[in-house]
Design a binder for this molecule. Structure first.
Ligand code: UDP
Length: 327
């Protein structure tokens, strides 16, 4: 297929674009480079543009005879979405609707969408199944939920086929060490801990150590970015007219903040000082996926099921790219 990857210069998008291309698809990354990196895209495959520029998206879809879109482009800082919601509503909702309008105009009806476990809000129970109520507790999660609903309406009314993939915590880097995680500002646990290992930060702050979990620190379900990518390809292959597929992408394994830090200490061989601070507002104590649906429906099996190999790939990237893509 000819696939347009919006946000293809970003963290998850770049891994998915490369895997798609290795699987024999013709891939184009569409990215405005606000957060994406030119160095994360294969030479000659980057189309620099904004999703809000609908005419450019339509022209791109037509010129490259695009069959399907993988849509990663979005702002994803939960905290910022609370302090500056307008930015999130505009970019994540208006931008995506502009993309969807462009797709209609160009006759493209297949889309794989990056959704998030943040659409569930405070989970009713853990592990989280897809059937749980979706009551997001921040604007970021709500913008993703709005698009899930819009896609469902488009599937019913216009015969679109879509997959909304609800990521848990994306982590790690490509095994060959040339694609990785480079956010500015960085807020994610594993890259921050590895920056401490590199001497770029003095310590890691643990947000809360008296939470109702076995070691008192927050538990998350870390999923390797290449496992996310492979699930996207399986989901894409499943899309027919009217297909509506919504599913969690996690491993089903929980890892605490302390366990992540210990894994980073063991892998890097560096001490990594940690300081405990109060919990971050709105951080649920535990988020773990029920990962059964993706396995059953997509035949998807994650390669990385524990934190150690995930951190090993992340460390390989950070050690060899201490300044990220340096662009
Ligand atoms: N966390 C932490 N210190 C940090 C950053 C994150 O203790 O400096 C914790 C955070 O409270 C959460 C987990 O690490 O429980 C993962 O946070 P991250 O921001 O990577 O992803 P989130 O789960 O918020 O999407």
């Amino acid at each position: 297929m000819n696939v347009l990857v919006s946000g293809g210069a970003g963290y998850v998008g770049s891994h998915a674009a490369r895997m798609l291309s290795r699987a024999g698809h013709e891939v184009w990354a569409y990215d405005n480079l606000v957060f994406g990196h030119r160095g994360a895209v294969a030479p000659g495959r980057l189309i620099e543009g904004d999703l809000l520029d609908k005419a450019k998206v339509v022209a791109t879809l037509r010129e490259h005879q695009i069959d399907a879109v993988m849509h990663f482009a979005a702002f994803a800082y939960v905290g910022e979405s609370v302090t500056d919601p307008a930015k999130y509503y505009h970019n994540n909702i208006v931008g995506t609707l502009s993309l969807m309008d462009a797709m209609r105009e160009a006759g493209v009806w297949r889309i794989v969408f990056s959704s998030t476990c943040a659409t569930y809000g405070e989970p009713e129970s853990v592990p989280i199944r897809e059937t749980q109520a979706q009551n997001p507790i921040n604007p970021y999660g709500y913008t993703k939920l709005v698009i899930e609903r819009a896609l469902s309406d488009f599937a019913k009314a216009y015969g679109w086929g879509y997959a909304a993939l609800r990521y848990f915590n994306a982590a790690g880097a490509s095994t060959d060490g040339d694609l990785g995680e480079d956010h500015d500002p960085e807020t994610h646990l594993i890259p921050l801990v590895l920056q401490v290992a590199l001497g770029q930060r003095e310590h890691i702050t643990i947000f809360g150590d008296k939470l109702p979990t076995p070691d008192g620190t927050c538990i998350r379900d870390y999923i390797h970015v290449d496992d996310l990518a492979s699930a996207h390809i399986s989901a894409l292959e499943k899309l027919g007219r009217g297909t509506e597929f919504r599913c969690n992408l996690g491993t089903g394994q929980g890892t605490s903040v302390k366990e992540v830090i210990d894994a980073c200490r063991a892998i890097t061989g560096r001490p990594i000082p940690a300081v405990v601070a109060p919990p971050r507002a709105g951080d649920p104590p535990a988020l773990i996926a029920d990962a059964g649906l993706a396995r059953r429906e997509l035949g998807w099996v994650p390669r990385y099921t524990s934190i150690t190999p995930i951190v090993e790939t992340a460390w390989k990237w950070h050690e060899s790219h201490p300044d990220g893509y340096a662009d």
